[in-house]
Ligand binder design. Structure first.
Ligand code: C2E
Ligand code: MG
Ligand code: MG
Ligand code: MG
Length: 287
């Protein structure tokens, strides 16, 4: 691939383009091609109620199956996709993929759970967003409760008119809305009482080493208390260890997503692991 890029470089490189621009150029070009050639797959990661052991939902996470590089993490291409607007077709693809899978599972008699998709603020802030969701649910004949939405704090800080409209429409459809990476974005929590949200996902940076780092512990405890006071569901992201899990349960937060219960995996694998006849975890994984 380096060779190929090297060859193409003769055609595209001009001396005003520095290395960084050149790499962006290549990434954007490859991304466009990848969309045309359908090189993406959706992984799923379980969210578990640690008190009952039930898988309550899954998060859909995009992967790029790059012909030379293998699986590419979204952290390496989502920013570029957002910058170029390619996030719109990518997001469309992802939502359809999730709906398709839910319908397929339902038709074959697999017990289904809600699946959440990450929505870029760029898309969320567009007027037509809730319409896209409405049409999608109609097309696939799915109830809104099967599709959940994760947005970041900065999505709902701007353009309040559209946001209110969109959130109302989604509520009408029965689609739940979660604030992702909770605590890392905007410095005011005012939006929590302005908007009718369903839950928050506490960012992994607060969860890490929560039992030994007292700052993380206090912040997380405060966030859990505040969210629960506002009647919001609280999900902890990035839980990797038993210590972190124990601490969270002690603080009354038992909806857990993280490597401790399961890494993101293909939809096939997700089905065999978590959706067979019961969605319950073996008890030794729990308390
Ligand atoms: P996110 O929405 O906050 O997703 C959670 C990320 O944390 C995922 O990374 C997941 O694999 C990772 N994670 C979960 N549990 C653990 C853990 O215990 N330890 C560690 N170290 N990591 C854990 P991933 O899949 O690389 O995705 C990164 C970000 O890319 C996502 O963060 C999301 O912001 C974005 N993203 C992924 N898929 C999509 C998509 O379809 N659309 C959009 N707009 N963004 C996406
Ligand atoms: Mg997310
Ligand atoms: Mg997150
Ligand atoms: Mg994120």
């Amino acid at each position: 691939s380096a060779k190929e890029h090297g060859r193409n470089m003769y055609q595209v490189y001009d001396h005003s383009m520095n290395k960084r621009n050149y790499q962006s150029f290549i990434l954007e070009r490859d991304l466009r091609k990848a969309i045309r050639q359908n090189e993406f797959i959706a992984y799923l990661q379980p969210k578990v109620d640690a008190l009952t052991g039930k898988v309550i939902s899954a998060e859909a996470l995009i992967r790029w199956k790059h012909p030379q590089l293998g699986l590419v993490s979204p952290r390496d291409f989502i920013p570029m996709a957002e910058e170029t607007g390619l996030i719109i077709p990518l997001g469309k693809w992802m939502k359809r993929e999730v709906c398709k899978q839910l319908v397929k599972w339902r038709e074959e008699g697999t017990p289904i759970i809600p699946i959440s998709v990450n929505i870029s603020s760029r898309r969320f802030l567009q007027k037509e967003f809730s319409q896209e969701i409405r049409h999608l649910l109609e097309e696939f004949q799915l109830e809104g409760k099967w599709l959940e939405i994760e947005i970041t704090e900065n999505s709902i800080m701007r353009n309040e008119e559209n946001v209110l409209h969109t959130l109302r429409e989604l509520k009408d459809l029965g689609v739940k809305i979660y604030i992702d990476d909770f605590g890392t974005g905007y410095s005011s929590f005012n939006y929590l009482k302005t908007f009718n949200l369903d839950g928050v996902k506490i960012d992994r940076s607060f969860i890490q080493n929560i039992s030994s780092e007292s700052e993380n512990a206090s912040i997380t405890t405060a966030m859990i208390k505040m969210a629960q006071h506002l009647k919001l569901e609280v999900i902890a992201e990035g839980v990797e260890t038993k210590e972190e899990l124990d601490y969270l349960i002690e603080q009354n937060c038992h909806y857990i997503q993280g490597f401790y219960f399961g890494k993101p995996c293909s939809m096939e694998e997700f089905k065999t692991k978590y959706l067979r006849y019961s969605t319950e975890f073996p008890l030794e994984n729990l308390l």
